[in-house]
Design a protein around this ligand. Structure first.
Ligand SMILES: CC(C)(COP(=O)(O)OP(=O)(O)OC[C@H]1O[C@@H](n2cnc3c(N)ncnc32)[C@H](O)[C@@H]1OP(=O)(O)O)[C@@H](O)C(=O)NCCC(=O)NCCS
Length: 173
């Protein structure tokens, strides 16, 4: 991401460091919960997020602007040979700048250090933007979980992406 120059009225131009993707830390939890409260009908509770962070076999990432301003996050857990992507979010005022794409690509890079079958996730059938993002990244639709979402009974699309770089279209085509 390129450096952004910002200027308040009467102030000199200041250089802001570019956003970076790094592992989530316990001290990030407050900001992540704040974004969850704004964007999710079923926000993750603090205890779930903390227990996720403390578990081995997870890759939990944040995108940070400046010193410590969190603008996106991805939570992923490995069960047996498959990575489950549990949450992907970008702060509403930072969307459509490639933040979610970059975090997911970073996740794929980190996960590649150990052999695995691939990645799976659930997404609301109505969430066309997210479904497009996942398809762009090599996920394919692999079925429906009827009534998966507790807030409104919406169905989930199950998506799958192979872990093998030469098989971007899933386990069974
Ligand atoms: C879905 C979400 C994570 C995308 O984050 P983002 O940082 O804006 O995504 P990116 O900028 O990396 O998007 C990359 C591509 O995905 C697709 N995409 C992302 N959001 C889209 C939208 N709202 N409409 C259409 N396409 C979209 C586009 O192809 C986009 O590329 P483009 O901007 O060059 O057209 C974000 O909208 C969000 O936090 N939504 C609420 C939480 C959520 O729904 N998470 C997914 C749960 S499974």
């Amino acid at each position: 991401m390129t450096r952004r120059k910002t200027r308040a009225v009467g102030e000199a131009v200041t250089e802001q460091p570019p956003a970076k993707v790094r592992l989530m830390r316990a001290r990030d939890v407050q900001q992540v919960l704040g974004i969850e409260q704004v964007i999710s009908a079923t926000p993750w509770p603090r205890h779930m997020l903390l227990s996720e962070l403390g578990r081995p076999g997870t890759i939990d990432l944040v995108t940070v602007e400046g010193a410590a301003e969190i603008v996106g996050y991805v939570l992923a857990s490995r069960y047996a040979d498959v990575w489950h992507i549990l949450n992907v979010a970008t702060r509403p005022d930072r969307r459509r700048r490639g933040i979610a794409r970059r975090m997911l690509e970073d996740l794929f890079d980190r996960a590649a250090s150990k052999p695995h079958l691939g990645y799976t996730l659930e997404v609301r059938v109505s969430n066309g933007g997210a479904i497009r993002l996942y398809k762009d990244l090599g996920f394919a639709e692999h079925g429906i979980r009827p009534g998966y979402y507790s807030d409104n009974g919406e169905d989930a699309v199950i998506m799958w992406r192979s872990g093998a770089p030469d098989d971007m279209h899933g386990i069974s085509g």
